[in-house]
Ligand binder design. Structure first.
Ligand SMILES: [Zn+2]
Ligand SMILES: [Zn+2]
Length: 347
């Protein structure tokens, strides 16, 4: 079968022919419907994050069950499923709470999940090591579901943690309106009665943000002007939440200027920026956090919201074989919403 492979740091992904896997005891084979193209894959390919090549990329996956390994019950062939991305030990306290993103034994578990150290979903089929990592989609088609497993789950988890700060009259600033940001706006609309300010350096994405629920949009190419504009909107209270979906130095520097007392500053983007956090560096009461991905139960909740029409992933679809070009477009800021790859067999 065709697969998009990570073959080493500093090298472009390669389309390779690899054997179709067959599920062993407890495992499940998923026929991929769509695989999302995430910015973090660029970090995997361009920086040394400690992953050992080669493996198949793709950590945002949805499709249909193609085959069940021995002992797997309560699923049947053809069931539409999303694949929960962070794969933990499955036994520790965090994993039992479905928060495999915070598995206590992460250092002993091989890889972070399919597409992140282990074979992922940018292929015709994907082997999932346990049925516990599958979430049934019900009436939601896999074509609408793949990006939910990261682009929606990650901001959902981040926003839920900040909900005590998100009451009527408070302002939330979303920095970066790519895959995660475009879902964050919709999630905030559903979850909190807040004023939403969306910021990006791309005017096309700002127009899009208005349609997705932003009350105000700000181009932050000029960081000084953007900070002043957002400070005016948020008023003396400052932003109750700054959700940074980029995480580069300019967005961290901007975020630091937007906080008020008792604000939450959440950085989910992997841009590598830093902030020296100490008394005096931010207003009193600031909580700074770097949440990672989300829990399996939260993925179920995100899928339920999409099924009910409250949120939707906006996608641009491309054939699997174009993966290399699609990563190029992502890097160049030419993707609106989320790019997804479609295997030949389902296109
Ligand atoms: Zn991702
Ligand atoms: Zn665990």
């Amino acid at each position: 079968m065709q697969a998009v492979r990570f073959i080493g740091v500093g090298r472009p992904p390669q389309i390779q022919d690899v054997p179709k896997p067959s599920p062993g005891p407890g495992e499940v084979l998923v026929k991929i419907g769509r695989a999302g193209v995430c910015h973090s894959d660029l970090h995997v390919m361009e920086e040394d994050l400690g992953f050992t090549p080669p493996f198949t990329l793709g950590h945002e996956n949805a499709g249909w069950i193609a085959a069940l390994g021995q002992g797997v019950a309560r699923f049947k062939e053809g069931d539409p499923v999303a694949v929960y991305g962070p794969w933990g030990c499955g036994r520790c306290h965090a994993c039992q709470l479905s928060m495999e993103n915070y598995c206590e034994n992460w250092a002993q578990v091989t890889g972070f999940g399919g597409g992140l150290g282990l074979d992922g979903g940018m292929a015709d089929y994907m082997l999932v090591p346990s049925a516990r990592l599958l979430v049934p989609l019900g009436a939601l088609p896999p074509s609408k579901a793949a990006p939910l497993s990261d682009a929606a789950l990650t901001p959902y988890h981040a926003i839920k943690r900040a909900l005590p700060h998100l009451h009527a009259g408070s302002t939330v600033v979303v920095l970066g309106l790519g895959g995660l940001g475009h879902m964050a706006l919709q999630l905030l609309r559903v979850l909190a009665p807040v004023r939403i300010v969306a910021a990006d350096v791309d005017d096309t994405k700002l127009d899009h943000a208005r349609k997705l629920g932003a009350d105000d949009v700000v181009n932050n190419r000029d960081a000084v002007a953007a900070a002043e504009q957002i400070q005016r909107i948020a008023g003396a209270r400052g932003a109750g939440l700054v959700l940074d979906c980029v995480g580069v130095q300019p967005t961290l520097d901007l975020g630091a200027k937007l906080l008020g007392r008792n604000s939450t500053w959440t950085i989910v983007g992997l841009g590598g920026g830093h902030h020296d956090f100490h008394h005096g560096s931010t207003p009193y009461g600031t909580s700074m956090s770097i949440p990672y991905w989300g829990s399996r139960v939260e993925l179920m909740e995100v899928i339920a919201m999409a099924r009910d029409g409250r949120i939707h992933a906006e996608t641009m679809e491309f054939p699997l074989a174009q993966a290399g070009a699609v990563y190029g477009k992502l890097k160049a800021g030419q993707i609106t919403g989320r790019a997804v790859l479609v295997p030949d067999a389902v296109s």
